[in-house]
Design a protein around this ligand. Structure first.
Ligand code: BGC
Length: 753
């Protein structure tokens, strides 16, 4: 009896306290309530000071939440190829943690080169898991600035020259990352298409180019991918800095596209409080506030969106409408990330993550040339393999700027090749040349000593001798992550390969006809030796599994299926930004020394308008070295004749094209069927053709598959600046399907009514 009473009263006590708890649970913490209601409740409890505090950083990479209400801080991290190591509270220097090394994934150029949306999802999911495990809420990436010039030092962090390819590839990445309760921050919005003068330039671009070329990836990222945050850029557009820009942030992003997420500034991209308040910025990072320098105690309080904002509100000069909108957006972000109780825990360096990195590397590598089928390496014939070139032994994950990483491991190409071929063949190495021996980025050290003081001639002779005495020669060269190469903050100084590599390659080509050149870079390079070299692989920066991915393609374990996400011009002047100017800025202003500081910005006018990359080469019939979409395989494919389900379509109709792709060779492999649309007669200038669909198909020997593409008038439209709308002009069009922009295999004409 006693027992029963005790149990009953215990139960009453527990349920009463539970009731009390649920009854008093504030709405903003009550998960049963709709999010927008919770946001309003949180907002109503916050003081003015708490609201303003939310709008700016409290450290190099974090911003405060609302401690009194238990709303957590936001922790951001670069991005976009792996999770950046921990830095000190206030500085770029390393914090010295020992638990912050991660897996490096292939650079975004490599991901884009897979032309495989599934790979993009896998990438995002794995990277998001690592960010989540490292307790990050916002991943500073992906980058989707369009490839306008091969000199842009940051092209390796982006997805190439085509707005359609970039748009399709970026969406699954975002969804994959965000499935972990970690926000992406698609960057850099917008028009940051070069590093030179990135803080001191004003970009002039016509509306057609803006809407047709430069904005679509961002639009897809926020409207289809639902990226919870977006990062403003450093440069100016219409003479306003992009991170506090009325046209880009308010008119286009928030009004036209209806964006409900958070706009954060690039680090140090804000420089005006009024513009930051009114022009759509929500969260300020990295400012070196006027008059204050690094390390000043109250630097964060003096951010543009800190005390100066508070003072303006208190003095009645500005209202709180913008403030509440910004805080509403930040709270919305909090409910998806920091206050999301349903997010997974994440993990780092699982076997699955390594496999994702390796597979994307293998699928992203592009076989540019393979005369006489030098590749794959025949292990029965290759008893002695010479590996030559600095990039075979150089760590590439350290350097390059904000995407620099501290990795658990990085398999170097030489090690990958030794692991794969070492049992059957004698693999020997010679450097051939010395390029960059550096190996440190903001306190992270590669741990390599690449010093070699031997004269250039001696290095070359050693390499040539080795090449002569080998069955196969693999030259691994290209660019690297040091300043003025593939690196943030500067552009490349020239289009050619650095460190006299052209000379080394030519000498090796003379020494041995079984030569494969493997180019590690995130950019196109000049190849004056292309006729001398039978086989060339574009291998990008492939992260932790680099050496294994490369070896696997060299051996034919993986059949290459990557396709170029940008054009390789023969020479720099063949690129439209260089042919028509302006790069790196308006010529007279350049001569007058403009662009040196923010008081004297330089103008960069995109005179080439919409004619970027293959759109320019095709239209002007300028033959590239390698075209957009190009990439060979160890097997062969055939395209059947394309058919359309109708030959006349109306404005609200759809049209479907069908084509059969067959593997006619002896190996399993994958081909990318690419659909380009050509407007045969138009009242405005239009590119010869534009990518409007692609599909990667995996085929066993002899197997064939049907590929279909369904499009509507959006694929036929151009942006009419006067109407400020998209227009699909009635008339004749042609669907062109092939496996590269310069290899169209089949065409179908149709008419738009
Ligand atoms: C870069 C961004 C990066 C940020 C934080 C900036 O300099 O432009 O891409 O996310 O720094 O490291």
């Amino acid at each position: 009896m006693f027992k029963k009473t005790a149990i009953v009263s215990l139960f009453t006590l527990i349920s009463a306290s539970y009731m009390a708890q649920t009854q008093t649970l504030p709405i903003y913490l009550d998960e049963s309530k709709p999010v927008e209601q919770r946001i309003q409740d949180a907002l109503s409890r916050m003081t003015l000071e708490e609201k303003v505090a939310m709008l700016h950083a409290q450290s190099k990479f974090s911003s405060p939440g609302v401690p009194r209400l238990g709303i957590p801080e936001f922790w951001t991290t670069d991005g976009p190829h792996g999770v950046r190591p921990e830095v000190m509270w206030d500085e770029w220097d390393q914090a010295g943690w020992t638990n912050d090394s991660i897996i490096a994934y292939p650079a975004l150029t490599a991901l884009s080169a897979t032309w495989n949306k599934k790979m993009s999802w896998n990438y995002g999911k794995a990277l998001g898991e690592e960010a989540r495990y490292r307790k990050k809420d916002i991943l500073l990436g992906p980058g989707v600035n369009i490839y306008r010039t091969p000199l842009n030092g940051r092209n390796f962090e982006y997805m190439g020259e085509d707005p359609y390819l970039t748009s399709k590839m970026v969406v699954p990445y975002i969804k994959g990352v965000q499935s972990n309760g970690v926000a992406t921050s698609v960057k850099h919005f917008a028009l940051n298409n070069q590093e030179m003068f990135r803080h001191t330039s004003n970009v002039n671009v016509d509306d057609r180019a803006l809407y047709e070329i430069y904005l679509p990836p961002f639009k897809a990222a926020v409207t289809e991918g639902d990226s919870w945050t977006i990062m403003g850029a450093y440069d100016m557009y219409k003479n306003q800095y992009a991170s506090q820009n009325q046209y880009l942030l308010n008119d286009i992003l928030k009004k036209e596209w209806g964006y409900k997420g958070v706009v954060l500034s690039d680090w140090g991209a804000v420089n005006n409080t009024e513009q930051a308040i009114h022009n759509g910025l929500d969260l300020e990072f990295g400012s070196w506030t006027n008059g204050l320098s690094k390390g000043t105690k109250n630097a964060y309080d003096n951010y543009y969106l800190a005390k100066p904002y508070l003072d303006l509100i208190k003095s009645g000069k500005v209202g709180t409408k913008e403030l509440d909108d910004k805080v509403t957006r930040l709270l919305r972000l909090a409910y998806k990330t920091t206050m999301n109780r349903n997010k997974p825990f994440g993990n780092v360096a699982s076997e699955e993550h390594k496999a994702v990195a390796k597979e994307i590397g293998e699928e992203g590598i592009v076989l540019l040339k393979n005369q006489g089928n030098v590749l794959p390496i025949d292990v029965n014939k290759a008893k002695k393999i010479a590996v030559i070139g600095e990039n075979a032994i150089k760590v590439m994950t350290v350097g390059g700027g904000s995407s620099s990483l501290k990795v658990k491991y990085e398999t170097l190409p030489l090690d990958g090749i030794k692991n794969r071929f070492g049992k059957q063949a004698d693999v020997q190495y010679a450097r051939g040349y010395v390029g960059d021996i550096g190996g440190e980025y903001n306190g992270v050290k590669s741990g390599q000593n690449l010093k070699d003081d031997r004269p250039a001639e001696e290095l070359l002779n050693e390499a040539v001798e080795l090449a002569k005495n080998s069955d196969y020669v693999i030259f691994v060269g290209g660019l690297n992550k040091s300043d003025f190469q593939d690196s943030e903050g500067n552009d490349r100084k020239s289009y050619g390969l650095p460190y006299n590599q052209d000379h080394v390659i030519s000498a090796l080509a003379k020494a041995n006809k079984n030569l494969a050149v493997v180019l590690v870079s995130g950019n196109a390079v000049a190849m004056p030796w292309i006729k001398e070299v039978p086989s060339v692989l574009q291998s990008w920066y492939l992260g932790s599994e680099a050496g294994n991915s490369i070896a696997s393609v060299l051996a034919g374990d993986a059949n290459p299926s990557g396709k170029l996400p940008f054009t390789f011009p023969v020479k720099l002047e063949d690129n439209s930004a260089h042919r028509l100017g302006e790069y790196p800025g308006q010529k007279d202003e350049l001569a007058a020394g403009k662009g040196k500081d923010q008081k004297n910005p330089i103008n960069i006018t995109y005179n080439e308008s919409i004619f970027v990359g293959y759109r320019w080469h095709d239209t002007k019939k300028i033959k590239p070295l390698f075209s957009f979409g190009h990439g060979l395989s160890y097997t062969t494919f055939e395209f059947g004749k394309a058919t359309a389900d109708k030959n006349v379509m109306s404005q609200d109709d759809k049209i479907t094209f069908t084509v059969i792709v067959k593997n006619t060779g002896k190996r399993a492999g994958a081909e990318v069927a690419q659909l380009y649309i050509s407007d045969i007669k138009a009242s405005v200038p239009r590119p010869a053709k534009e990518l409007k669909g692609f599909e990667k198909v995996f085929l066993n020997p002899g197997e064939q598959k049907e590929v279909t593409f369904t499009i509507d008038k959006t694929s036929l439209s151009y942006f009419d600046a006067e109407k400020h709308d998209w227009v699909a002009e009635p008339g004749d069009f042609e669907a062109q399907i092939g496996n590269s922009s310069d290899a169209i295999k089949t065409k179908v004409k149709f008419t738009l009514k």
